[in-house]
Design a protein around this ligand. Structure first.
Ligand code: SF4
Ligand code: SF4
Length: 188
């Protein structure tokens, strides 16, 4: 029997140039309606003048291992998939927004058709053995898909010896996205 997958991402902010190719690829792949997005790029300045550093980050649902959106969804529409991702079953979603209130990452929106939508980590592509749309177009390889059940991968090795963080760990959500800090850039 094939080993079960446990997908997540390693995002190397050292090389992100903020081009938003990931955002447009996602919009096109997932037919995200005008005015909404499943992923977005943040630009953050850290440090104290004159020692400042800038980080570009492509953000999305963190596919939490302990996802409050799943806990608080009253209909079971938000659920864990067998591959470690968090998914929304549109037909069971009533659009009540309990998950929007529960998500500490502001990763969800109400689709104009009435159900709640968010990054699915391109599950339809993963199921075919493909990478996510955002990963496939990122020109600098800032975005890396990982299967945490296959620990020998290049993307996991990329984190070795670097300053790596997960977002809002204090919320206890155990996010599946790992960020290599831009503070690892030479000269920072
Ligand atoms: S496509 Fe890659 S380089 Fe461009 S904004 Fe997204 S993560 Fe950054
Ligand atoms: S980031 Fe938000 S929407 Fe995504 S799994 Fe975590 S709580 Fe749910």
């Amino acid at each position: 029997m094939a080993k079960q997958k446990n997908y997540g991402m390693v995002i190397d902010t050292r090389v992100c140039v903020g081009c938003s190719a990931c955002v447009y690829a996602c919009k096109s792949e997932n037919s995200v309606p005008e005015g909404y997005c499943r992923d977005w790029v943040v630009q953050e300045t850290n440090g104290t003048y004159p020692k400042l550093s800038m980080e570009n980050r492509s953000e999305r649902c963190q596919h939490c291992e302990k996802a409050p959106c799943v806990t608080y969804c009253p209909t079971g529409a938000s659920h864990y998939a067998e591959d470690g991702t968090v998914q929304v079953n549109r037909s069971r979603c009533t659009g009540c927004k309990a998950c929007l209130a529960a998500c500490p990452y502001d990763a969800r929106f109400v689709h104009p058709e009435g159900y709640v939508d968010k990054c699915s980590l391109c599950k339809h592509r993963l199921d075919q053995g493909l990478e996510t749309a955002c990963v496939s177009v990122c020109p600098t390889k800032s975005l890396n898909l990982v299967d945490f059940n296959e620990p020998d991968q290049e993307a996991l090795a990329l984190m070795n010896g670097k300053e790596v963080y997960r977002q809002k760990e204090h919320a206890g959500t155990r996010p599946s996205l790992y960020w290599i800090s831009a503070r690892n850039k030479p000269g920072v």
